[in-house]
Ligand binder design. Structure first.
Ligand SMILES: [Zn+2]
Length: 258
């Protein structure tokens, strides 16, 4: 299987993180051989640069450049200007960006300001957005509404049907990862039975959030197959069909044609 006919698309990976320092190239080769594409997602300027470097070297890897709400406190005007240049240098998406009032690692007004700035960059450059939201839903929705329609994916979605419907009404895709396999997430699985498959993207958030058989271990893009398996069970469809469908969703969302 070549990168020209990907069987699976992990729309949220952090392959530049130090957890992959020892075997990054092996993993990238295995992904290529198994037809697994990935969007590598930046969380700050250095990781956004690293994402672009990975994408330049590997045809089955694409880059998103952005500033995570945890890092919003570091994002001054110069940082946002550099982000804009990085985005123009080959990125296919903005992100990850959004609001995280759970860990509150940046002041909330600063998170909102940096989130707005990135939504504006996405609109200016006509790029989709990888969205992070935790414990900030009302404010998150308000910012999205005020900044206007956005082609976005709600990364690491783990909500119930009501939340899924709100996200779909905002025009967002749902990014589904390892948590769909966790025993406690029955409400998420119930929601996913009822959402349009055309609005679902697969992801790993590796090195984090491994699927159930790998809890406590490092996650990686090859394990996105377990997410596809879980959805295949929920939707009563063959695994290959779910893989192809969600990979096509990812290519459409990102505007890429590998
Ligand atoms: Zn992430």
């Amino acid at each position: 299987m070549s990168a020209n006919n990907p069987r699976l698309f992990d729309t949220h990976a952090h392959l530049d993180f130090p957890q992959f320092a020892g075997d990054r190239n092996l993993l990238l080769s295995a992904m290529r051989d198994q037809g697994v594409c990935a969007l590598n997602v930046g969380v700050d300027l250095p990781s956004s640069r690293a994402s672009l470097a990975l994408a330049r070297e590997h045809p089955h890897v694409f880059a998103a450049c952005g500033i995570h709400p945890h890092e919003a406190k570091t994002a001054d005007a110069a940082a946002l200007a550099e982000l804009r240049e990085l985005l123009k240098g080959g990125a296919v998406a903005v992100g990850e960006c959004g609001l995280d009032f759970y860990r509150d690692l940046s002041p909330r007004p600063k998170q909102i300001e940096v989130f707005r700035a990135q939504l504006r960059l996405a609109r200016e450059l006509d790029l989709p957005v990888v969205l992070h939201e935790r414990a900030a839903w009302p404010e998150f929705v308000q910012v999205l509404r005020e900044e206007g329609p956005v082609r976005g994916v709600l990364h690491a979605f783990a909500g119930d049907l009501a939340r899924a419907q709100e996200a779909l009404a905002l025009g967002l895709y749902l990014g589904i990862g390892g948590p769909v396999t966790y025993p406690k997430n029955a409400a998420l699985r119930e929601a996913l039975r009822r959402v349009p498959p055309a609005r679902v993207l697969l992801e790993t958030d590796c090195p984090y959030l491994p699927p159930q058989p790998f809890r406590g271990q490092r996650n990686d893009p090859l394990k996105v197959r377990y997410v596809a398996k879980a959805l295949a069970r929920l939707w009563g469809r063959p695994l290959e069909e779910v893989a192809e469908l969600t990979a096509a969703n990812a290519r459409k969302f990102l505007g890429v044609t590998p």
